[in-house]
Design a protein around this ligand. Structure first.
Ligand SMILES: Cc1cc2nc3c(=O)[nH]c(=O)nc-3n(C[C@H](O)[C@H](O)[C@H](O)COP(=O)(O)O)c2cc1C
Length: 361
């Protein structure tokens, strides 16, 4: 499948470059009759905007979405939903030093290697800005999932050396809404915000992790073997710029545990078969267990500034230049993007499963 399309039934194709007139997308396969909550979609986009996140890029992104099709009298019609998010502050001149250079940690060299031509302005298609279109698609998927009683929450679990205890914790939604960094632990949130300000002052950046929980999942959703639900979720989140790893449930910690500790006994809770600790993260054999799906994604420190120091010319001569505008950490801004990719996967699989069930009935 071409690289700009995601999903099998609930599909999203995105288009656009960081400094073109707009980015946008087309959602195909969204069920009809879903009320388009524009305030909700805008709030989702605002969560991704640099806004008041400490250490976020100074670039002003007024992300306002405009729907062009597939909506009638406030509801989805089941036909393709096209949308645009305008790029309000294109300052291409800022990126002139990048025209003839490749930055490490970016896709400059690889885009040239593949296509032989590239929009060098602000990372072009490889820019984090592309994720605004994912958030619109994800918001539509969330509106569909809401009707099915499924909720998705991502939060900051680590920034640099500061991390919170436990995985996929029961998030205090109020604390999360009031946080600066998307971390629901108030004390750690303050520490993380301080670190991001420090990074901004020092012109440096940090990595971190995002935890994501999918609640309200029915058992039996997903596929075995090559298209396991965990595999597709991993593909979805690893497609976000800067993602460097993903783990489900006990994840990489499982590698250091004894089987006697890791074995997760099954229980019957009111007719539902669940495990004692959900160490598998809500998926077994590629199919949902009916427990919360829980995964963690690691993001690298953005490389813009240091990247410019280590840049090289197209001819292969070391060619450092001054830095541009960049995020001190991807994590706080990427939370709605991780949720969106998870929402697209789950919406798609609910619809795929409907056809599977019909087959059995
Ligand atoms: C929301 C978001 C914002 C980002 N901001 C920056 C940034 O300011 N500077 C930077 O170097 N990388 C940033 N990135 C990461 C780059 O887009 C990404 O590392 C680059 O395109 C190379 O892709 P790769 O990391 O998948 O190899 C951001 C990513 C996302 C999702």
């Amino acid at each position: 499948m071409p690289g700009n399309i995601f999903g099998k039934i609930f599909q999203l194709v995105t288009f656009g470059e960081s400094h073109g007139p707009a980015i946008g997308g087309v959602i195909e396969g969204c069920p009809a009759g879903i009320a388009l909550d524009l305030d909700f979609i805008q709030r989702e986009l605002d969560r991704r905007k640099p806004g008041n996140i400490p250490g976020a890029t100074a670039r002003k992104e007024t992300d306002e979405v405009r729907f062009l099709s597939g909506i009638f009298e406030g509801k989805t019609t089941g036909t393709p939903i096209a949308f645009l998010v305008g790029n309000k502050e294109p300052r291409p001149g800022d990126y002139e030093p990048l025209r003839e250079r490749y930055r490490p940690g970016h896709a400059d060299h690889t885009y040239d290697a593949k296509y032989g031509i590239r929009d060098h302005r602000g990372g072009g298609r490889a820019s984090g800005r592309e994720t605004a279109a994912r958030v619109v698609g994800g918001a539509l998927a969330k509106l569909f999932l809401g009707k099915e009683g499924i909720e998705i929450t991502a939060y900051t679990s680590r920034i640099g050396p500061i991390e919170i205890n436990g995985r996929c914790i029961d998030v205090d939604q109020e604390a999360l809404a009031g946080s600066r960094t998307g971390c629901p632990d108030r004390e750690k949130d303050m520490e993380m915000a301080g670190l991001l300000r420090q990074m901004e002052e020092e012109g440096d950046s940090v990595g971190g992790t995002v935890d994501c929980i999918i609640r309200g999942m029915p058992a039996g959703i997903g596929d075995p073997v090559f298209q396991k639900l965990s595999s597709v979720l991993a593909l979805a989140v690893m497609s976000i710029g800067g993602a460097r790893g993903v783990e489900f449930g006990s994840g990489f910690e499982a590698a250091g545990m004894k089987g006697s500790v890791h074995t997760d006994g099954l229980m019957n809770t009111g007719g539902h078969i669940v495990s004692e600790q959900n160490l598998a993260g809500g998926i077994a054999g590629g199919i949902s267990t009916g427990e919360d799906i829980c995964f963690r994604v690691a993001f690298k420190p953005p490389s813009s500034l240091t990247g410019m120091r280590g840049a090289i010319s197209k001819e292969g001569i070391k060619s450092p230049a001054g830095g541009g505008r960049f995020d001190a950490c991807i994590v706080p801004r990427v939370l709605p993007v991780v949720e969106s990719m998870a929402a697209l996967v789950i919406a798609d699989h609910l619809l795929l499963n409907r056809s599977a069930k019909l087959h059995h009935e």
